[in-house]
Design a protein around this ligand. Sequence first.
Ligand code: AMP
Length: 304
Amino acid sequence: MSSPLLVVGSVAFDTLHNPSGTHSRILGGSATYASLAASHFTKVRLVGVVGKDYPDSAIQMFRQHDIDLEGLEVDKSGDTFHWEGRYSDDLNSRTTLATDLNVFATFSPKIPAAFKSSPFVMLGNIDPVLQLEVLKQVEKPKLVVADTMNFWIGGKRDDLIKTLARVDVLVLNDEEARELSGKSALVTAARALFAMGPRVIVIKKGEHGAVLFEGSEIFSAPAYPTGEVIDPTGAGDTFAGGFIGYIASKGETSHATLRRAVVYGSALASYSVEGIGVDRVLTLTRDDIEKRYNIFRTLTSFHE
Ligand code: AMP
């Protein structure tokens, strides 16, 4: 049975420099990508903050996707979080040019009473101190998924470790898994990350797919061989949103469901990179997602 999903994370303006040009102040943020992806599967409740410069059209965009904005604070005292990054010509690496926290610097998440019993929680990439504040306010969720990034692994490691002790599933990329665990082989890295608290680790490997570790089970999904990578921004958050959105739509957390969720997350992420910012994910239908899910099935079938 489909269950509501609480998503917390950054709601941002992004300025991107990539081979197709400069895209100034487009909609971005971990919570934006994750909630739009998850909204294809279940009812999403968004918690975050925006500033006085955040446009009404963006609020409407969330509403059109039936995303509940009761937990989206509008802080008129400052501007919306802004992130700026430059991609390499092959789009495989990027450099952060600016992280302007703006209203995020003083944000303290307040979970609306109606959201506190959300059975599924997605802690999008955001300050781990804020992630923990959210966990202190929710009532025994069935599953908590957290995402993070090098900015926090390097800058707030001790806080991140405190948060991880209360997380069920950690989603991160291979470089971050190595940095956080101090181990170079991904299997050993996953074991070291288990010891920090999460019982499931999902390691994203960009164009090489994703690997799920749960106990002694390992599941590896390829990436969709898209010929059209235009903008990889938000692929990780879209993956995480699709992953937990699918799990919430099933209402249970069996290993088989987690495996299928990795494939749904990968399908969503493969669409996300085909457009600038959230453009492609906005126009997706459930039918498009199912089509790509089925292509993944044929991609990995070899024993008929
Ligand atoms: P991804 O490409 O999946 O790593 O996510 C990119 C998104 O993360 C962008 O839309 C940014 O707005 C957001 N972002 C970048 N840095 C941070 C940060 N330090 N905290 C929260 N969100 C961030």
